[in-house]
Design a protein around this ligand. Structure first.
Ligand code: C2E
Ligand code: MG
Ligand code: MG
Ligand code: MG
Length: 292
């Protein structure tokens, strides 16, 4: 009985910082076995072409289904994986899982592109091996064109030889590169040209405030114009409303992604979504063809 009281006593005096640390350490321990225990899953969010309303790309987003905690956000566990040196293994798993899914999608859509998130650490020495990824793409009957790698602006600021070599190698193999969360980091435009970046993804914080009266319209218009001048296509992330979609389409934004179109969904739901989307599209084009 006294033992139990002691334990309660301990937790009563438990400092919140101490419990954060305990929580973090236990999360790290669980993370170390998550790959082996197959607790990761990829979800897919369609990227919609704003010109013709077709789905030509999707972003793969990792999910960790923890046996006790439920889904843990990647915003929480990806930084931990980077900290403990697990991000390369996770990155390899994401790549393979994403291309296996891509094989399914390209059966009906040859030009489909899967976009995956990569950590800056994967571009460093002992990170991913791009020739090996390219060989795997080919072994699965895919080409470099079927893959887009999302990186954050910080990667482009790194001057190490291996980072630069990796970025140039991607271009040589026709693998496209997207700058994720554009506008939240250094936002120096010079490197867009220097590294031949294909897509710029405007961060959702700029999209969320996009209403008719918002100053963000001017900002987003300027980003789109500059990106186009530098030969980049633009993807807006976090589109939640019809108004946001219309403002972006009017501003010449090439692609959109967000809950307005679809939340990220698992592979089964993603196939259903593609099927119903395509029949809706066919319906639409049939309808317009019957017009005079
Ligand atoms: P991100 O790459 O910028 O991904 C976009 C995030 O916005 C995703 O959060 C997505 O679910 C969310 N999102 C999409 N549409 C909307 C919308 O309309 N409204 C709002 N409020 N949110 C929307 P998620 O899946 O929690 O991922 C968070 C971040 O974790 C990602 O941000 C990315 O940086 C990282 N991440 C996810 N998967 C991976 C991965 O496989 N590898 C690495 N290295 N990082 C990943
Ligand atoms: Mg992303
Ligand atoms: Mg993003
Ligand atoms: Mg983001």
């Amino acid at each position: 009985h006294s033992k139990k009281k002691g334990r309660n006593c301990y937790s009563y005096f438990d400092h919140s910082m101490q419990s954060d640390l305990l929580n973090k350490n236990s999360l790290i321990n669980d993370l170390k076995v998550a790959l082996d225990r197959q607790q990761f899953e990829l979800h897919y969010q369609p990227i919609v072409n704003l010109d013709n309303n077709t789905i030509s790309k999707a972003e793969a987003l990792i999910r960790w289904k923890h046996p006790a905690r439920g889904f843990v956000s990647p915003e929480r566990f990806i930084p931990l994986a980077e900290e403990i040196g697990l991000i390369n293994d996770i990155g390899e798993w994401v790549f393979l899982e994403a291309i296996i899914e891509t094989v399914e999608v390209v059966k009906n859509n040859k030009n489909f592109q899967m976009s995956i998130n990569t950590s800056p650490l994967q571009y460093r020495k002992n990170g991913m091996n791009i020739s090996s990824w390219f060989n795997q793409l080919h072994a699965y009957g895919l080409t470099g064109r079927n893959l887009v790698l999302e990186i954050t602006e910080g990667v482009l600021m790194e001057t190490s030889a291996s980072v630069r070599k990796n970025l140039h190698q991607l271009k040589d193999l026709n693998i496209e590169v997207a700058i994720d969360d554009f506008g939240t980091g250094y936002s120096s435009l010079s490197y867009l040209k220097k590294f031949d970046i294909d897509y710029l993804k405007i961060d959702k914080s700029f999209i969320q405030n996009l209403t008719e009266e918002s100053d963000d319209i001017a900002l987003v218009e300027a980003i789109i114009m500059m990106a186009h001048k530098l030969g980049c296509k633009v993807i807006a992330e976090g589109i939640e409303t019809e108004t946001q979609k219309r403002i972006l389409a009017d501003a010449g934004c090439d692609y959109g992604q967000g809950y307005y179109f679809s939340k990220p969904v698992n592979a089964t739901q993603f196939h259903k979504l593609l099927e119903s989307w395509n029949s809706k599209e066919e319906q639409l084009s049939r309808d317009t063809k019957t017009l005079p």
